[in-house]
Design a protein around this ligand. Sequence first.
Ligand code: AMP
Length: 280
Amino acid sequence: MKIFNRGSELQKYALELKRSGKTIGFVPTMGYLHDGHMSLIDIARQKADVVIVSIFVNPTQFAPNEDFDRYPRDFDGDIAKCAEHGADVIYAPEASEMYRSDASTWVEETVLSKPLCGASRPVFYRGVTTVVSKLFLLAQPDFAVFGLKDAQQCFVIQRMVRDLNFPVEIIPAPLVRDADGLALSSRNRYLSADERTRALSIHRSLETAKKRIIADRSCMDAAVKDAADAITAAGGRVDYVDILDCDTMKYPGSGSCRVILAAAAFFGTTRLIDNEIFDL
Ligand code: AMP
């Protein structure tokens, strides 16, 4: 497995691979890898000749009051897991390598990125779309795999790729959960045992709401409110619980088919997100 820290070296290597006719599958991550990330690498492994994984905690997607400094890191563990799952290349730059001190160019999606996490984390998606654009130019992927744990992020990236003509196929990957239903996340390690138990309310309440809405669409608003109340009753501080049309990221209308029921809530100081995607 090759490890690059410099973008220029990765780009040169990727362009050589392309010239020799190899296809590249790419999995961008912030590290502290778990089975959710591994499922993405497995998908890339099946699709492409060469699998590139990036490990980069991207400072531009964190607001000053967020957890950039304490975001969990385990580079050696990450390398071992990537090797086990057959990744070929790791790209792990320093922030100073990724961003020049006088960088002044952003990539921004302006519609799908606005509600949900975009409303509570105003700089988040601009940071994501900018870094993913840079990573696509460095890794030159034919395919890039994004997890539906971060479904809004996946939709925003699909829109960006469409709008800016990136020659990259975005492959959405299913959300991976622990046996008890908690969505796997690098941030789960912040949770105490008690917070972790309480946090199961997110998935449970979304599942309950989903069943009610599928059975009777007219109870949509009540089901969303009850889900938020159930998370609050379990000790969570709800950031949002909302249901939106996946194509427009607007409140579902009569023509809406595929919807996302999404939640973000704090347990202690840890902000967790989860979602259910289904047809009305
Ligand atoms: P992160 O390291 O949290 O930025 O995530 C990197 C990629 O892994 C993103 O495409 C995430 O959606 C994906 N991912 C993270 N957790 C999960 C999970 N539980 N199931 C599926 N994909 C995930």
